[in-house]
Design a binder for this molecule. Structure first.
Ligand code: CO
Length: 134
């Protein structure tokens, strides 16, 4: 079921500084910031040869990463995103195995417009997992 590692998401307190860090110190290819009001974050993607790094900064009052950043004020790894062929099938299979799916439990459009699901970190060794239909 599991496919490629699509991205590693890192929550950061200062997106411009984080993007400059990757661009200037590591020579990485860094996207422009994109506000995603429906997800409560602004994103910058760092393109690597084999995957992406998604830098996340809170946007708006009820950002889903606000609590994470209050606990990790310097930032930190927020989630891993794995690709799957069929998000509906993956969600049903995992729910049937007792894995908790966050939110409504139904796939919704993610930061790339493709359907995603988030799996409860307590069911995945303390790591928030995003599944994205490839
Ligand atoms: Co993500």
């Amino acid at each position: 079921m599991i496919g490629r590692l699509n991205h590693v998401a890192i929550a950061v307190p200062d997106l411009a500084a984080a993007a400059a860090h990757y661009r200037d110190r590591l020579g990485a290819n860094v996207s422009d910031p994109a506000e995603q009001p429906e997800h409560g974050v602004t994103t910058v993607f760092v393109e690597l040869p084999n995957t992406k790094i998604e830098l996340l900064e809170p946007l708006g009052e009820n950002s889903p990463i606000a609590t994470f950043l209050s606990r990790n004020p310097d930032g930190g790894i927020h989630h891993l995103c794995y690709e799957v062929d069929d998000i509906g099938d993956a969600g049903r299979k995992l729910a049937g195995l007792g894995v908790r799916i966050l939110g409504s439990g139904e796939p919704r459009p993610g930061a790339h417009g493709k359907p995603v699901l988030f799996l409860h970190p307590k069911d995945f060794m303390g790591t928030l997992i995003e599944l994205e239909e490839a």
